[in-house]
Design a protein around this ligand. Structure first.
Ligand code: ATP
Ligand code: MG
Length: 147
């Protein structure tokens, strides 16, 4: 069964461009519930760990520098089939290839400054969500036990 949540980052370029509000609005309008959210600044060691899969890629050092250059917004988003649905909403990694109506088409500044991150599998969604949030910071609409 497909998972019910994904993890997203609004990246430094979009935060400094005051695009947090419009991006969150698109996320809500497309049926995602915000189950956790905070503004933080990544330390270099955290950024390196988060993007470890790309450590051999030529853009890695620039990516780490960019991701640590300013505040980011991290959030957990809930919806049925969230990972796939959110990848569709954010669009292609390259803004020139991103489809009309996607977050990256509207807000990306470049391939690197592409506005948002979205998990690429249910397994990574859980790894990434628990990297930034404790259980007491997660407010699932699918878990009614607290209410
Ligand atoms: P993300 O993981 O941020 O959701 P993605 O899964 O679409 O993006 P990845 O291949 O995982 O893309 O790359 C991670 C990030 O590294 C990209 O979002 C982008 O910021 C940066 N990146 C990827 N390819 C390049 C490139 N060729 N040049 C510069 N930056 C790149
Ligand atoms: Mg990726």
């Amino acid at each position: 069964m497909a998972g019910t949540f994904t993890f997203t980052i609004i990246k430094p370029g979009a935060v400094s461009n005051e695009d947090i509000g419009p991006i969150l609005n698109m996320i809500n309008e497309n049926g995602f519930h915000i189950a956790a959210m905070k503004l933080i600044k990544l330390r270099t060691a955290q950024a390196k760990k988060f993007y470890a899969v790309h450590s051999e890629r030529p853009f890695y050092n620039d990516l780490i520098e960019f991701m640590t250059s300013g505040a980011i917004l991290v959030a957990i988003l809930e919806k049925d089939n969230a990972v796939e649905e959110y990848r569709k909403l954010i669009g292609n990694t390259d803004p020139l290839k991103a489809e009309e109506g996607t977050i990256r088409k509207k807000f990306a500044q470049s391939m690197q400054k592409n506005a948002v991150h979205g998990s690429d599998s249910d397994e990574n969604a859980e790894i990434e969500a628990s990297f930034f949030f404790s259980n007491s910071e997660r407010f699932s609409i699918f878990d009614v036990s607290d209410f």
